[in-house]
Write a protein that binds this ligand. Structure first.
Ligand SMILES: C[S@@+](CC[C@H](N)C(=O)[O-])C[C@H]1O[C@@H](n2cnc3c(N)ncnc32)[C@H](O)[C@@H]1O
Length: 333
């Protein structure tokens, strides 16, 4: 698919990707079937408090998100995955949790045909306590610091390789690896799992669990600093780069195609680009799409970034690869 194909909806391009602006239900409809390796995204949640980037009512949410899920299923490859980040919510006026994120899970599997490959949980220790009424004022609920991340797949065997996302060994495991014989005697466990000496081989890291602890504390990134200096509004609901990066490394190979259908500040596109994957990002709000270009101009002087943003604001599709290259050339002269 050449850039010309997206000309009417493209905002900018990079070495490996394109940012589009428009309703992703429509944009997904322009992608061929079986062409995408991974969709990773965070839609507006079914929160009670209205957000500046819009959010659907809890009662309509499952049907609304299902429209995207249906198109996403069509474009995914047989080995493809769809990772959906959904934050929890309360019902209106009651300290009772909404089931909307679980209803989405059931709907996607029962009606749209997805398999639940595995459920993940994103623990953000930096999350502020909310809702104020139940947590801060009445003190009858604890802080909700975990989002559900549904890892859906189109088939039963999506592409996945845990070896790409190994985590550092614990100190105990490091000691065991140094001296397996001295550390413990292989024996059967009450659980029936037989722990042999094979357990003591160094695989370069430990297998991660489905609880991802990632603090959402970005405060001094190039994106935020530059938005502030230029007086541009940064996106108010970004997820941390490590989150999509984990699934991109886990579920795709270099050169594969990653799509975000609610891209906001294009955290996903940035994670894909820095990991050598191709990407397409989509957001209905053109100003978020324009400002997200800042992420790809890390070595570009602020006055040039501003002029690039103005050009995109006038509807020009800018190739950011050229902008980076020109700036590097100027800096090296
Ligand atoms: C929670 S934000 C995503 C933030 C993103 N993960 C980031 O790190 O910046 C959800 C985004 O979905 C976009 N959105 C809402 N409805 C949409 C639609 N129909 N098509 C495409 N984007 C949509 C909103 O404009 C908003 O930027």
């Amino acid at each position: 698919m050449t850039l010309a194909y997206w000309d009417d909806v493209a905002v900018y391009t990079t070495r490996d990707g394109v940012q589009l602006s428009g309703d992703s239900r429509v944009l997904l409809g322009r992608l061929p079937a079986d062409s995408v390796d991974l969709i990773v995204t965070s839609p507006p949640f079914a929160l009670l408090r209205q957000k500046s980037y819009g959010n659907e009512q809890q009662s309509d949410y499952v049907e609304w998100l299902g429209e995207f899920g249906k198109e996403a299923y069509r474009v995914l490859r047989r080995t493809g995955s769809f990772v959906l980040d959904l934050g929890g919510a309360y019902e209106r006026g009651r300290p009772v949790r909404s089931l909307y994120n679980y209803r989405v899970l059931i709907d996607f599997c029962d009606r749209l045909g997805y398999c639940l490959a595995e459920e993940f949980f994103w623990y953000n220790p930096a999350k502020l306590p909310s809702p104020i009424e139940w947590v801060n004022k009445r003190k009858i609920r604890v802080k909700d610091a975990v989002n559900t991340l549904w890892w859906f797949s189109k088939g039963t065997c999506p592409k996945a390789d845990v070896r790409n996302v190994l985590v550092p060994y614990s100190n105990r495991m490091k000691a065991l690896l140094k001296n397996p014989g001295g550390f413990y005697t292989p024996k059967g466990r009450p659980s029936g799992h037989d722990i042999s000496f094979g357990f003591g081989s160094d695989n370069g890291g430990a297998i991660p669990s489905n609880l991802l602890q990632i603090a959402n504390t970005e405060s001094n990134s190039h994106y935020l600093r530059t938005c502030k200096v230029l007086g541009e509004q940064s996106h108010p609901a970004r997820y941390p780069v490590e989150l999509p990066a984990f699934f991109i490394r886990f579920l795709t190979d270099p050169g594969d195609l990653v799509v975000d259908i609610f891209s906001g500040s294009n955290t996903t596109g940035y994670a894909a680009e820095t990991n050598g994957r191709r990407w397409i990002s989509m957001d209905v709000d053109r100003s978020y799409a324009v400002t997200s270009a800042v992420r790809f101009m890390e070595n570009v002087p602020e006055d040039i970034i501003l002029s690039v943003i103005e050009r995109m604001g006038r509807g020009e599709v800018v190739n950011l690869k050229d902008i980076e290259q020109d700036s590097n050339l100027c800096l090296s002269i």
